[in-house]
Design a protein around this ligand. Sequence first.
Ligand SMILES: [Zn+2]
Length: 281
Amino acid sequence: MSRTSTSRSSEKRLLRYVDIHSPEQSTDVDFEEIASFLEHLFPSVRFRIRPSILTSVRKKCIERISERFASARMKDPNKAEQSFEPMYGEIDYERRTVLGEARIGGIVYDGRRLEDLFTSILGPQDLREHVSIILTDRLVSTYSTDDLRHHLRTIVCGFPSIVSLPGIVEAPAKPREYYLMKQGMELQGAGDVQLQELKKAFEGRFIDYGSPKTTEVLKGLALQGVLFHLTLQPFCDNKRCRLFNAHWQEDLIGSQISSGKLCAKHANVMRRLGKEPAINW
Ligand SMILES: [Zn+2]
């Protein structure tokens, strides 16, 4: 081996650790199964299941972190940047979520603001060899320059990447007929029982809360997070590929469950990266 190639290979930055942070409150997902799916693809990388990111918030920082969660709320979907002064009640609610005293749900957070917030909770990390994937029970949105609106997301790729569990249910749209039928039923004053029956009629065409398929979907999303870290290109246009960024539930199920595979191009990419998880940026 020549001198040059030796020095080059020593400069190569290889991914060594991936920390998968459990969500704040969900317990019905098999995180070990997600880690072992990724381990199989990247045999040299250590995948570690970590407790929720909130367990890393130091006592003296609780007030400041709660304020930042409250300021990260997405209140106006038409505004790229949210610039609202949080109200006392909002900060207080966030404080209780940080302490595990209030249930998280229903509020949408700006994904980029959450990314900054999670970065500061994680503290300094060597991004060259360390990936963090934060699973969260919060709903997360990012602004799209295509239609100048915020949209709910299943994953916000970044440093760290954020995967939203309720986003799996709420971000990709359900079949159009479902919304039409739901609207019709609501106009006729249908109650919860009838709406549950409607959901049943569409079984298999979207992922609902508590679905056993969630773990399978999370495997593909976590893989997108790892690939983003390595290549900055986590998505694929092929609807049968695990890297497809689905905007419809039926496409999410198609790519992550019915297919459950990578397209030929990405299977190749993975064979290469699996042998040598080099960071290409
Ligand atoms: Zn692909």
